[in-house]
Design a protein around this ligand. Structure first.
Ligand code: ATP
Ligand code: MG
Length: 603
């Protein structure tokens, strides 16, 4: 609150609101007392994804600005449920939760070189003293400097700290609501260990915890080998949900299960073009001439200019590169960049915290005396007679793998890779000492007289708000969302068929109380009944048909229908939501409802 005036107004407002709530609130979850029910105010769906339209229609989220959303009570309940599952599983591997600031000073980001390396993704700002700051896009710098202050000896390791909170990225193309927001909710875990082996052990523990988290959430996921980009380490995996709305392409082998992101995937061709057995296409080409190659290879080439920049963004070395691959194939720039970086590092032409700026150019190659880096994809084979000023890298895999390439992992003669679109919901990295070295996060090893060592780090993200949208994307049909029971906003919705029958309403209330309070419905890790605060009564003054349509749109796994028949017989009709099919309807005795639902939930 900024002014006294507004505070007075707010207090007044709050009082009025609480009187109204007191008058209607029975302590039970009822749709009539909730903020924003949706039936009449349906919003139009976003073209980009069905999930976004459904989350708007169902009253889970509202847009505030491009890529920025409010979580309405229903949406927030889901975030909290995912958060609970994550808390339990990360707690089980000895992680502790903390909260880092969202408003960060640029200082540490300059030390790691990421301040200058970011190409416009940061929300940057200045305080009144002109100090440069940013809104947290991620927290490696912040956590590393925090741990750096506290870490003295190896006895304090391992350290595993995580948080669940907001991140800010000025995404080039925010899309599909929560799928790619500019403000979003992420779980980020950071691990600190004394050796590479210990860091790998932490990595494996987190990988196990991730398996449990996604299994408990109940979404079908795949784990893909991924590229580490410029994060520093050498090991990385992505957790994906397969969906045509995804922006990532995965390649996988149905024979051995190999799955990798397109950027990293390696495939084999059944033949390679040998450098000295190439067909004559007759194409004269400046690039080929400069490389001293006979210009008759039916290859595709890319000409690149690159600069190695220090962490202030100043060029320390510049050069030219040519990449060759079989005609018709796409060149994998990321792989080229990685190889080039490693080479320049060896030559001391790449500074700590620096980056490579690379762009494709079309103009002719400079004089043949300047060093040229030649990257030869293994679809081409070794080239003969390359002149001395050409630095050859490869043959290696410098093309993007495509469906139909053979799997290198199982080496089965006809195991062809296939592609699918997927949404990345989690990403794990072994980081090495990139951040700990830059920010002085060191410890004294146990051996006497040993000098301080930089901590080995890992970082592990899960996009929680993206996961809500992704779950809606993969679990919906033309009637609405079909939430997995573990994260549904409510597990059970009780719908009386008539609004005027007080007996029906009190029957709904007693079923509600029975489910909520019966301690027989408990599972490990739950303090009370699993239905506690997970049942809602639809007591709105709506027609029965409209209520059922809303219930199916919102996606409660179970709808308990209460009609006059139930009053007479004590039997209710449970509608179980099944994706793409009519609800499974089962008559259940009220007294047996709890155990029936409990069993069906497979908790
Ligand atoms: P992407 O390739 O989709 O941009 P990223 O590699 O930038 O993702 P990380 O920095 O690894 O993502 O962040 C960890 C997780 O946070 C991702 O796996 C994803 O689930 C989530 N995430 C990243 N960017 C966004 C975003 N703009 N909106 C919502 N979730 C996001
Ligand atoms: Mg990104």
């Amino acid at each position: 609150m900024l002014s006294l005036h507004s505070r007075r107004f707010a207090t007044h407002h709050a009082t009025r609101h609480s009187i109204r709530t007191l008058a209607t609130n029975t302590g039970r979850n009822t749709l009539s007392s909730m903020f924003m029910t949706m039936t009449k105010e349906q919003q139009s769906a976003d073209e980009a994804s069905t999930s976004h339209g459904l989350l708007l229609k169902g009253g889970f989220i509202r847009q505030s600005a491009s890529g920025i959303y409010s979580m309405l009570p229903l949406g927030l309940r889901m975030l909290n449920k995912i958060e609970n599952i994550i808390d339990q599983e990360l707690g089980a591997i000895g992680s502790q939760k903390l909260a880092l600031p969202l408003l960060l000073s640029a200082e540490n980001w300059k030390k790691t070189g990421r301040w200058n390396a970011s190409k416009g993704e940061f929300f940057r700002l200045k305080d009144r003293r002109e100090t440069e700051m940013l809104l947290s896009p991620t927290h490696e710098e912040e956590i590393t400097q925090l741990v750096a202050h506290e870490l003295k000896s190896s006895k304090q390791l391992p350290i595993r700290l995580y948080q669940i909170g907001r991140k800010y990225r000025d995404e080039f193309r925010p899309r599909a609501g929560l799928l790619r927001g500019r403000e979003f909710v992420m779980k980020d875990l950071y691990t600190f260990d004394e050796s590479v082996e210990a860091a790998y052990h932490s990595y494996d523990l987190v990988a196990d915890a991730y398996q449990k988290i996604f299994h408990r959430i109940g979404v079908p996921f795949v784990v893909a080998e991924a590229d580490t980009g410029n994060m520093g380490g050498s090991k990385s995996h992505e957790y994906h949900l397969i969906s045509p709305a995804g922006e990532d392409t995965l390649l996988s082998c149905s024979n051995c299960g190999y799955t990798a992101n397109e950027e990293l995937a390696v495939g084999k061709l059944d033949d390679t073009i040998k450098g000295d057995e190439v067909k004559d296409t007759g194409a004269e080409n400046e690039v080929f001439k400069a490389l001293g190659l006979v210009p008759k290879t039916p290859v595709t080439h890319s000409l690149l200019r690159f600069a190695s920049l220090d962490k202030e963004g100043v060029p320390v070395h510049q050069g030219t590169a040519v990449v060759l691959a079989r005609q018709g194939r796409t060149i994998n720039m990321l792989k080229v960049e990685k190889t080039l970086t490693a080479h320049l590092q060896e030559q001391q032409l790449f500074m700590e915290g620096g980056m490579i700026d690379m762009s494709t150019v079309t103009e002719a190659i400079p004089s043949p005396t300047t060093p040229i880096h030649l990257f030869v994809d293994d679809s081409v084979g070794p080239l003969p007679n390359v002149p001395d000023h050409v630095i050859t890298h490869g043959p290696d895999h410098y093309r993007t793998t495509e469906a139909g390439d053979l799997c290198v992992s199982c080496n089965h003669h006809d195991s062809k890779l296939t592609t699918v679109k997927a949404i990345e919901v989690g990403h794990t990295f072994y980081l090495g000492t990139k951040y700990s070295s830059a920010l002085g996060c060191t410890f004294l090893p146990e051996q006497r007289g040993a000098s301080p060592k930089a901590a080995e780090m890992g970082c592990f993200g899960i996009g929680i708000s993206r996961l809500v949208a992704t779950a809606a994307e993969v679990c919906h049909d033309d009637r609405g969302i079909v939430w997995p029971s573990s994260i549904a906003p409510y597990r059970v919705c009780i719908v009386p068929t008539s609004n005027n029958n007080t007996q029906l309403l009190s029957m709904a209330e007693s079923i509600y109380d029975q489910l909520e309070n019966d301690m027989a419905f408990r599972v490990k890790g739950h303090a009370g009944s699993v239905f506690y605060n997970d049942v809602v009564i639809d007591d709105r003054k709506q027609m029965f048909g409209a209520k059922m349509a809303d219930a199916e749109l919102i996606g409660y796994p179970f709808i308990v229908v209460l009609g006059k028949h139930a009053l007479e017989t004590g039997v209710v009709e449970v509608n179980q939501r099944v994706k793409g099919e009519a609800n499974i309807k089962t008559k259940v005795l009220v007294d047996e409802l709890g155990s029936w639902l409990f069993e069906k939930q497979m908790l």
